[in-house]
Design a binder for this molecule. Structure first.
Ligand SMILES: O=C(O)CCc1cccc(O)c1O
Ligand SMILES: [Fe+2]
Length: 314
């Protein structure tokens, strides 16, 4: 049973920043390559590993992982709003399978997902309902972080389940990263107003959402102009990680720690957990080949921007 994979950075600034045309075109070309790969594979089921940015998951109950039985996009940053087509019974079987492999996952019958999960679906399929999709939340912004080994083992367990689905062509997606340090609030440094949002900020007013987005948009402009105080992108770190993921041997990733990741690649580099889970899932079906790779550090998007496609070796 073979599997296919697309991992890609996301950026809320895709529609709100203005990089040089050559850069924007290169990203669109990379999206086109990923889209062509997916069209050719013609998946019947998608499993999407994505982080969240305090739009669906908050500190009133923050799990490291969550499998969605139902899910809807919240429509942040102009992304699609509304329900996904989640095959609920399959999602339940998946959660049971994973639980039996000693990985503790939360489940949600009302998962809310943001641009982190929605953007790849829009890029690859145009809509949120084109292909039945099981969303898997992987915490990438809210301390505490589980070990990278745990993330790899989650991916392996999910991949093991997917290889049992003989009548499906399954695409796994990983969304986020790579190195980047956008102004996502953190509990330790937040004031009372921001803490209230981090605790339980569901269904913000339009004005509150606008204010949050404005801060990220302004930071992107300043970062491109060289006047932002956020940590710089780290292309060497990004390329090294992509090389490891492509190698098929993910064991070196177990040694990565949240502290060093934040130090070397920024506070949102933890989003690469979704890539690790996705590659580990792919690897559960056997050796794989990377069929496409794109990488550019893009300050306007506040992202070490990568796209990879891969499939089980023939
Ligand atoms: O908190 C937000 O609203 C989004 C922050 C953000 C910015 C650029 C790239 C990202 O991956 C990201 O997460
Ligand atoms: Fe993100």
């Amino acid at each position: 049973m073979s599997l296919a994979l697309v991992t890609m950075s996301h950026s809320p600034l895709l529609k709100y920043a203005d990089p040089p045309a050559e850069v924007a075109d290169a990203v669109q070309d990379a999206f086109g390559a990923a889209r062509a790969f997916v069209q050719e594979y013609d998946p019947t089921l998608v499993v999407s590993f994505a982080p969240d940015h305090y739009n669906g998951f908050f500190y009133d109950l923050m799990p490291p992982f969550c499998i969605g039985y139902r899910a809807e996009g919240v429509g942040d940053y102009g992304t699609a709003e509304g329900p996904l087509d989640v095959p609920a019974e399959r999602a339940e079987e998946l959660a049971q399978w994973v639980a039996e492999r000693d990985i503790d996952v939360a489940v949600s019958r009302r998962m809310q997902i943001d641009h982190g999960a929605v953007q790849p679906l829009e890029v690859l399929f145009g809509t949120l309902t084109a292909v039945p999709t099981i969303p898997v939340f992987v915490n990438g912004v809210a301390r505490p972080f589980v070990t990278m080994r745990r993330v790899r083992r989650l991916g392996e367990a999910i991949g093991g389940f997917l290889t049992t689905l003989r009548n499906e062509r399954v695409l796994v997606i990983g969304s986020g990263g790579l190195s980047h340090d956008p102004p996502v609030p953190q509990w330790a440094t937040a004031d009372d107003t921001v803490r209230a949002m981090l605790l339980d900020g569901r269904h913000p007013t339009a004005a509150a959402r606008e204010a949050r987005q404005r801060r990220v948009i302004d930071t992107g402009r300043a970062f491109a102009a060289g006047t932002a105080s956020i940590k710089d992108l780290n292309p060497e770190w990004d390329r090294a990680l992509m090389t490891t993921l492509a190698s098929g041997d993910l064991s070196p990733i177990d040694a990565m720690t949240p502290e060093r990741m934040a130090e070397e690649a920024g506070n949102s580099s933890h989003e690469v957990r979704t890539w690790v889970a996705a590659f580990a899932a792919l690897g559960a079906a056997g050796p794989y080949n990377v069929t496409y790779e794109f990488y550019r550090p893009i300050r306007e998007y506040i992202a070490g921007f990568g796209v990879m496609t891969a499939r089980t070796a023939p």
